[in-house]
Write a protein that binds this ligand. Sequence first.
Ligand code: HEM
Length: 421
Amino acid sequence: MVGNLRSSRFPLGARVRLADQAVDPYPTFAELRAAEPVTWVPEIECWFLTRRDDMLAVLRDPDLFTTDAPSTIRDMFGVHMMTTEGPTQIRYKRKCLPPFHVSRLESASLPRLKAEVERLVRALGWGGRHAGEVRTEVARPVALHSVLSVLGIPLSETERVNEWYEHFARALANFAGDPDLRAAGKGAADAFGRALEPILEQLARKPNETLLSDLVCDHVDPLTAEEIRSNALIILFGGIETTESMIANAVWALLSHPEQIETARSRADALDLAIEETLRWEPAVQSAARHATRDTEIRGVRIAEGEVVHCMLGAANRDPAYFQDPDRFDVTRRNAGDHLSFAVGRHFCLGAPLARLETRVVLETLWSRCPGLRLDPHRPGAPYGYEFRKPKTLCSGTPDAGGRQQSVPQWAATRRVRIPM
Ligand code: HEM
């Protein structure tokens, strides 16, 4: 009954279908933003917000809109920074933050990252006929190895981590509540915990410059083994598909607008701005969910205690009240960096500096080593997906015959971004 009443009050929300959103969410976002900015979506029984201002208010008010509630991600990984609020969340995040500072990333991660990207891009082939697949052959391994390295998990674990990741991803997308998928996800999280034990023992004896080493050697109010496991799990899960998608979406966005690539390459800050525009225009993560802690209202719409509000980040990024001509991809857009693709507030993405660094190194290397790189017109790769969006395949076309090798330019330091606490 309540459902029927809501459907008649929110007719556009009632028509939202996740399958359509996965193909192209932006026309629906535009309609909702204009006519039903706070709407009820019966298909997933949640509220959708599509105006940037409303999302800023929700994401900045953890007392009223919390992540501290039962959820699949907490069920699977335990209590971690993304499913707590207040002092516990701040403690977890503070402990995990140092390895993600730009200066430490540049000293501890950049040389390995550059060497790996160089090797993977060479393997794609350039100046010849080979057409590589950029998402799975470059973006995925870069994302996976980078987050493993920052955590301090040996790269020899890559294959097992990949398998666990597939179980996590299926369990988290298990909207129908299939018990087998849930059990497989929890089994993978337990297997990760068991694999972590000897790694932590080793790091306690021989510390190094990694996150797990920092945590295991911390003697001031240290995290318990369980707290290390659950926070490591969310960092690992948060760092793989998201960054793979961010890199692939950035390559796709620029290759779909080849006239803008030269502008993006012209200076270090131009490339940084172009990366922000790719984040704004096609964000890898499309929503951030919050639970109402009490009955409240947004724009006069009553939200009941316990109901889930989805902040549709891709809609915020194309809100014409903030971004002029928002559907246009423009690498010179001055306020591109005000996108919400890493959310805002206490849960602002921990890995944003690493993801930006990875994307920049991939773009620099691709433009330098594959000057003729272009999208393969026979295998179009527009991003797809409701919650995580990425190209299914991102095939490069035949590079220019005799494509030249150029030295990789030395861009200035990555944009320094403060992570809100
Ligand atoms: C190295 C890569 C990454 C790592 C390690 C990582 C890790 C994390 C972690 C641990 C959180 C929870 C922070 C907290 O609750 O305080 C988080 C939040 C978030 N991340 Fe990332 N992330 C990465 C890349 C990305 C990328 C590429 C995107 C999208 C473009 C993204 C989007 C988000 C969003 C939207 C949130 C906030 C979710 C919410 O508020 O509900 N992340 N990330």
